[in-house]
Ligand binder design. Sequence first.
Ligand SMILES: [Zn+2]
Length: 121
Amino acid sequence: MKKMYTAKCTQCDRRFRSYDRGDLLISIRKHVWKKHPKWMRARMKAGKLAGGPGNPTVGMVLSAIAQGIPVALALIRVVRQRRWNRLGAAVDSFEPYMKPETRTAWQAIKTIKNIDYRKGV
Ligand SMILES: [Zn+2]
């Protein structure tokens, strides 16, 4: 049984589903550019400003993880999938330097974040 990926447009709540994660992202991107171009351009602009809401730096994530799962989740909850893929990978590279309990917390956070996306949040 193949896994079905689902996601929701944050602007109009339209749902998307696909068996392929890449296809899903492409169809959402197409939809957003077509239906919400203004919002998309604003987001592109905002994306360049590092450290703003929804765009935390690796350092911000690391210190949030050290403060505990709820703190870290509150910070990364608003980070969008594409940004999260890069941010998550960057934080992953710090794993060898984390304390064991921090590493455990980070694993849990990643799992929760991925569940959120599968639900289309
Ligand atoms: Zn939409």
